[in-house]
Design a protein around this ligand. Structure first.
Ligand SMILES: NC(=O)c1ccc[n+]([C@@H]2O[C@H](COP(=O)([O-])OP(=O)(O)OC[C@H]3O[C@@H](n4cnc5c(N)ncnc54)[C@H](OP(=O)(O)O)[C@@H]3O)[C@@H](O)[C@H]2O)c1
Length: 324
């Protein structure tokens, strides 16, 4: 029997990572979901059932990475590794960027994806790997310096992986602005971006994590190697990319629908054939008994004695045998 494909998703307690883990589990895959919040992992597990194995681990620590390694069976194939763990990098002026805090953000956004891939791939095959990129990686915007610097490094880690890892298909995707706690933090900040974000939210311009997750999962699961190789990056808010990627999901679902319809057709045809056979049996038996009855009656009318009239008793006995 074919094994259920396995996915490892970091940042699975909240936001995009949680939605990706949920979508993967919903599509019947096995998911190792990693995050630090035990309560949120518990609620994810309750929502998704046994397909999801939760791993409570701080991936910035060696112990946390080892805990994940101990959970995912060695010598197995990982169909996809999703890097969605990320910290809230505060919006602040360049002069206030703190070296130690920046190093912490580098750890989770840049160091952890590299460390995780290297550790997991030591004795497992990693078929696909997904990095969640940000337009901030290539745009210098007032107050976004620390986040942009960290995401620029994370983007380069993804591009180097795509270049250097022939056995793993690396996917880089822009989710656009997504309604997660990153957005909440910006809205709560005392910055000009906060008012821009407030009006964007009012106009419904933020994507929901679940919608973005469908796009990311389609890329991870349904996209052919050719499609992945055809682009340097995929963007959720690019209608062309969305059309190409969701087309794959549609063909997957229409294929599934066709298979379900074919199975239903066979079932209904079998049922009709079975009832038909039963009906022919019953009608045949009725006609036979009726004929025997008429023949016997005719014989009796013609003067035969009831004792000599074996036809009726024979036919009734046959009828009983038939019933059995
Ligand atoms: N939201 C957007 O608009 C947007 C746009 C572009 C790119 N992105 C990128 O997408 C990724 C996910 O963003 P998001 O908005 O979904 O973030 P989020 O809602 O803040 O979720 C971040 C996740 O990372 C986990 N995490 C943080 N530090 C960790 C650690 N040391 N060990 C293990 N897990 C850790 C958190 O788990 P715990 O809280 O349980 O520790 C949480 O599950 C980030 O890389 C972000 O830069 C987001």
């Amino acid at each position: 029997m074919q094994a259920i494909p396995t996915y490892v998703v970091t940042g699975a307690t909240r936001g995009i990572g949680r939605a990706v883990a949920t979508e993967l589990a919903g599509r019947g895959f096995r998911v190792f979901a990693v995050g630090r919040s035990v309560e949120l992992l518990q609620s994810l597990s309750e929502a998704c059932g046994s397909r999801v194995t939760t791993v409570a681990a701080d991936l910035c620590s060696i112990a946390g990475v080892e805990q994940l390694l101990a959970s995912v069976p060695s010598d197995s194939e990982i169909a996809g590794l999703v890097h969605s763990a990320g910290s809230l990098v505060p919006l602040q002026p360049y002069e206030q960027i703190n070296m130690n805090e920046l190093a912490e953000h580098f750890r989770i956004h840049v160091g952890v994806p590299i460390e995780l891939f290297n550790s997991l791939s030591r004795n497992r095959t990693v078929k696909r790997m997904l990095f969640i990129d940000s337009y901030s990686a290539s745009n210098a915007r007032l107050g976004w310096g620390a986040y942009s610097i960290v995401k620029a490094a994370a983007q380069m880690a993804a591009r180097c992986a795509a270049q250097e890892l022939p056995g793993t298909r690396t996917i880089r995707a822009y989710p656009g602005a997504v309604n997660t706690r990153i957005v909440d933090a910006v809205l709560a900040s005392d910055t000009q971006t906060a008012s821009t974000f407030a009006s964007m939210r009012e106009k419904g311009e933020f994507a929901e994590p679940e919608d973005v997750a469908r796009f990311l999962v389609a890329l991870l699961v349904d996209a052919t190697d050719e499609l992945i190789g055809s682009r340097d990056v995929f963007a959720y808010n690019n209608p062309g990319d969305r059309a190409d990627v969701f087309q794959l999901t549609r063909s997957w679902s229409s294929d599934q629908t066709a298979r379900i319809a074919a199975a239903l057709f066979v079932f209904v045809a079998e049922a009709i054939a079975w009832f038909g056979r039963r009906a022919i049996h019953i009608i045949g038996k009725g006609l036979y008994l009726q004929t025997m009855w008429l023949v016997t009656m005719k014989r009796l009318r013609d003067g035969a004695s009831l004792a000599g009239c074996h036809v009726l008793t024979d036919s009734l006995t046959q009828g009983i045998r038939y019933e059995r």
